[in-house]
Design a protein around this ligand. Structure first.
Ligand SMILES: NC(=O)c1ccc[n+]([C@@H]2O[C@H](COP(=O)([O-])OP(=O)(O)OC[C@H]3O[C@@H](n4cnc5c(N)ncnc54)[C@H](O)[C@@H]3O)[C@@H](O)[C@H]2O)c1
Length: 270
C-alpha cells in the first residue's frame, strides 16, 4: 500500500485470530514495507490462527509466554536473527484477566487471579522492555507501543481488575519511556482504543452495551481494529520520532465527551 515502514523490523505480540488488533497491525505493517515476526503463547498457537497469519506474511511465529523472561529473551534474539538486525518497533497487544473471565465482581476479586491479571496484562510490558534493553535488541529511535483502555482513568462497570492493569501499563510507558529515551532514543507510548469486538474484548461483562454506549457518545463513532492498526503504523514510523511517554486516545472523541444527543435519545423513548 505505502512505504511508511520501508526497511523496518518489528515484533508483534498478541495476534490470536483475524479479529485481534495485533493481527491487523501485523498485516498493515507488512503492507507498509516492514518485516515482522509474530509471537503468542503455546496455548494461543494451538487454539488460534497465528500460524495462518505467519504463512500469509511469509514469516515465523516464536512461541512465548510474555510473563517469562527466558521466553522473551528468545523472542528478541530469534527475531533479530530472522529479520537480520536490531528491532525498530514492538507491539504489546496482550491482555487477560482470570477475574473477568470468571465473572468475579470488583468487591469479590480473587487476589491470586489479580496477580495473574497484572503480570500478563501490564508487568509483561516492563519485562519486555527490560529484556530488550538488557540485550540491546531495539535500534536507536525505535518505537514500543502497548494497547490500553480508558478504564485506566475512569471507572467502567464490568472492566474489573483490568482497570488496574491498564493504569499500571500506562505508567510503565511513562517510566520506561524516560529510561529508554535517555539511553537509546527509544519511544514508548500506549494507545487507548475504543471498545472493539475481539476475543479478549468480548470477555468483558455487558460488552455489546459498552460498544453501543461508546458509539453513541463518540462524535466520530468507535474506532475499528483496522483504524487502530493505522494509528500504530504512524507511531512506528519516522513521522513520530519525538512522541514518547504518552497515552494516546484513539476513540472517536469519546474521552472528551460528557453527554451526546445520541446517548440522550436513550432516555427519551416515550
Ligand atoms: N478489544 C477491545 O475492546 C480493546 C479495547 C482497548 C484495548 N484493548 C487491548 O488490546 C490488546 C489486544 O486485545 P484484543 O482485543 O486484540 O484481543 P485478543 O484476544 O485478540 O488478544 C489478546 C492476546 O493476548 C494474548 N495473551 C494472553 N496471555 C498471554 C501471555 N501470557 N503471553 C503472551 N500473550 C498472551 C492472547 O493469546 C491474545 O493473542 C489488549 O491489551 C486489550 O486489553 C482491547
Amino acid at each position: 500500500m505505502g512505504n511508511l515502514l520501508e526497511g523496518k523490523k518489528g515484533i508483534i505480540f498478541g495476534a490470536l485470530n483475524d479479529m485481534s488488533i495485533a493481527w491487523k497491525v501485523a498485516e498493515r505493517a507488512v503492507e507498509e514495507g516492514a518485516q515482522v515476526t509474530l509471537t503468542n503463547t503455546a496455548l494461543a498457537l494451538r487454539m488460534g490462527e497465528t500460524q495462518k497469519l505467519a504463512e500469509k506474511l511469509n514469516t515465523v511465529v516464536i512461541p512465548a509466554d510474555a510473563t517469562n523472561i527466558d521466553d522473551l529473551t528468545k523472542v528478541f534474539e530469534e527475531s533479530q536473527k530472522v529479520l537480520g538486525g536490531k528491532i525498530d518497533f514492538v507491539l504489546h497487544s496482550i491482555g487477560m484477566s482470570p477475574n473477568v473471565r470468571k465473572g468475579k465482581p470488583y468487591d469479590g476479586l480473587d487476589y491470586n487471579m489479580l496477580q495473574t491479571t497484572l503480570d500478563i496484562s501490564a508487568i509483561s510490558f516492563h519485562k519486555m522492555m527490560q529484556t530488550a534493553s538488557k540485550i540491546d535488541a531495539i535500534a536507536e529511535g525505535g518505537s514500543v507501543l502497548a494497547l490500553s483502555y480508558i478504564a485506566a482513568q475512569r471507572t467502567f462497570f464490568g472492566y474489573d481488575d483490568m482497570a488496574e492493569a491498564k493504569a499500571l501499563l500506562e505508567s510503565f510507558a511513562r517510566s520506561f519511556g524516560y529510561v529508554y529515551g535517555r539511553s537509546k532514543g527509544v519511544r514508548v507510548n500506549t494507545i487507548s482504543q475504543s471498545p472493539t469486538v475481539t476475543t479478549a474484548g468480548s470477555g468483558v461483562k455487558g460488552f455489546n452495551d459498552l460498544v453501543d454506549y461508546a458509539e453513541r457518545m463518540s462524535p466520530l463513532g468507535n474506532a475499528s481494529a483496522e483504524e487502530c492498526a493505522n494509528y500504530c503504523i504512524v507511531m512506528f514510523s519516522d513521522l513520530t520520532r519525538k512522541v514518547t511517554m504518552q497515552n494516546l486516545f484513539h476513540d472517536g472523541g469519546f474521552s472528551s465527551m460528557g453527554m451526546s444527543s445520541l446517548a440522550m435519545e436513550q432516555y427519551n423513548k416515550n
